[in-house]
Design a protein. Structure first.
Lengths: 421, 421
């Protein structure tokens, strides 16, 4: 066992997303030993993943080595490893390589992955956007399709290759569709000789009767109008019934496509199975008001892997700020327990607003009472995102990249990589 | 055939490295149709590849989409495709997908790849550094080994994992070994808890009796001393006789290693086979004084795929400036032929000097009569490399990245990516 010789209280955190990382920081320098385990070596700023997919940002601008982010906390150990399960009876986390790690307190912050509503075979045709690897795959696919179209002698095939379908009109789907439309229609058309990328079709397909269902109706309508100005076709009430290598079927209509991307549904990581505890339909563990697992106060589940009803009856949303607040909260619960002091009041989510960009010049922002849209909302969005990026250097580089993109219309990261090239 | 309807003189360029790209630019706007074919979508600034491998620079900082670099030349078409052969009798370039492209004049600028002296199976254990894909593989391997060592319970295995062997002490090998040593010894040791990366072993293995054989003896000696100060072990007169998954055998000595990298030999791309013409030992086509293939004046071979003896008896070196000069020269030959004017004088390589960094603070520069070393040479190197980077934005970003690395000792790009993460 990797930490068998330790004597202090052992906290193990699984997952270094917004929630897990925040918990580790808040426990840094305290009188506990913390081990944070993630299967990748980096924390990703997920809200900007679509910009990596759209070739506007490079990977190192939105990702940081976890162990470097935490390096000044000498009581925190980072492990790059994959967890295969939890032995709650013996308080052991099991890794896929057979290693066992003991805990006194466990924080599970494993996030969510794409859900294909029972059609897992669709994943190969309609990749989703949750990780840096996903973002790079989507970027490669997107850029490669234009290269194929440029070489394609058949006009119909060229039209099909230059049709892009995004499934799901939440913020990720909207942002991805708009970034593809701007790339094709405004930025790269002068680079090609045989195709006119300004005629590329970008189709956003949504099963529900409206876009951005998490936002107020007025902002959603504004978003839809703006998307139409960007030449994104929005198909509402169009549930997808089949994803294929050459396109999708929705509402009995086949749309041939060169690339299909999935932004329609997520499912929590298998934490509920690991613990054998009740979960909601999306696999999220139903946690207590202190974010612990029912009848297992030494195990906490936070972020997208958990679900908790707020006082207003709505669940805490699956957003980065919510996960961060939960990470901070469970760290405070653990600190109170170690001190023997009274536990903090039950967790309450503070809603600082909800944002989504609609292309590179406009956005919608919902602060509850105040709502913004258009250019001013975009400025709020940009300032908030630059502010929350971790390193000073990254903030500067991302700001520079955006400035360049907006002034010159040049994307920095239009690079297709394979082992061969 | 992709260009069958064209009426103007057709120039086809295979390869968009320094030579091919320069030829395309010089033919841009002229009264010819130019098609430039490369199997990747980007031009790479190869002299800085080792910094991508060493996680100091990100990929988009040293790579640019070929079609974007050439987009303002409307007579130039870029194709991302792989060439399978040349039918010189019918003046056709064949692509792997069966497409055939007719040429009136052909420029082959396909570069070189690693050569394992007949041991092609070593490639899997000792990857080389020629492409962005190579650089990313090396970066992943390098960073992953430290993660493995951090989790490894066995002390001997930990020592082996933290041993890095670089084979070949030319500029690439020297630069790679130094960047690994600085990464391990100076920059990341505070990020780990179970290993001390300052004790990592970096071994540079060379079959010849000295390092940097292309440089004067005094500079080579200086480089070797500086490397020893950086704790790089230099083993001269140590030809490698075996590469294995767990290390290398050289001069009857086994060196266990977590990672082995190859910088020992290159072989030209199979241009000589395509054309069925004489080549030297490294597969380079022996070209005429105007860089054309003997008895085939409509075919030129330039850069690392060609060899030409200079008046001083030495071959034109396999360096970026030489390839660029050759690209410009053949474009001028073609322009003269089209105008019907006298051909330019035979090609002469202008030697502007030879540079290599020895770590991130020093370098050696050989201007022939003048030789520089140490910090001043590094400044010359940095200015030259920033200057020759293509875009203004990239120059700025690379300069910023270096500044950050040198001030804060933080590498920007320490990100391990896999499809799973």
């Amino acid at each position: 066992m990797l930490n068998a010789t330790a004597h202090r209280h052992q906290v193990v955190i699984v997952g270094a997303g917004f929630g897990g990382l925040e918990a580790a920081r808040r426990l840094g320098g305290q009188n506990v030993d913390v081990t944070i385990i993630d299967r990748s070596n980096h924390h990703v700023f997920q809200p900007l993943l679509y910009q990596v997919a759209g070739a506007a940002l490079d990977i190192s601008q939105i990702a940081w080595p976890i162990r470097h982010v935490l390096h000044r906390f000498k009581n925190v150990t980072t492990l790059m490893a994959e967890v295969s399960g939890v032995d709650a009876a013996h308080r052991i986390v099991q890794l896929t390589d057979g290693t066992r790690i003991a805990y006194d307190t466990l924080i599970l912050a494993t996030g969510a992955t794409h859900a294909y509503f029972g059609h897992d075979d669709w994943a190969q045709y309609a990749p989703g956007l949750k990780t840096l690897g996903d973002a790079l795959s989507i970027r490669q696919h997107l850029l490669t399709v234009f290269e194929q179209a440029e070489r394609e002698p058949d006009a119909e095939q060229r039209r099909r290759l230059q049709t892009f379908v995004v499934i799901g009109a939440g913020p990720t789907g909207v942002e991805l569709a708009c970034t593809i439309a701007e790339l094709a229609h405004e930025e790269i058309h002068e680079d090609f000789r045989h195709i006119d990328t300004r005629k590329a079709r970008v189709v956003l397909v949504e099963a529900a009767p409206r876009v951005l269902s998490g936002f107020p109706e007025t902002l959603a309508e504004y978003a839809q109008r703006t998307m139409q100005q960007l030449d994104v076709e929005v198909l509402l009430d169009h549930p997808v019934t089949e994803c294929r290598a050459d396109g999708v079927v929705c509402k009995d209509q086949f749309i041939g496509a060169g690339a299909v991307f999935w932004a329609a549904g997520v499912r929590a990581s298998p934490v509920a199975q690991w613990l054998d505890v009740p979960a909601d339909k999306a696999g999220r563990v139903k946690v207590e008001r202190d974010l612990s697992v029912p009848a297992q106060p030494e195990i906490f589940v936070i972020g997208d892997a958990a679900t908790l009803q707020q006082e207003n009856g709505k669940p805490v949303p699956g957003l980065a700020p919510a996960a961060k607040q939960e990470g901070r909260y469970v760290a405070d619960v653990i600190r109170a327990r170690l001190r023997g002091s009274a536990p903090p009041a039950p967790f309450r989510y503070r809603d600082y607003g909800n944002l989504s960009t609609i292309g590179k010049h406009t956005a919608v922002v919902d602060f509850g009472k105040v709502q913004l849209r258009g250019r001013s909302a975009w400025v709020v969005w940009a300032v908030a995102h630059i502010y929350f990026l971790i390193g000073v250097r990254n903030r500067l580089l991302v700001a520079l990249n955006w400035l360049w993109l907006y002034i010159k219309g040049e994307r920095a990261a239009r690079i297709i990589i394979s082992r061969k090239t």
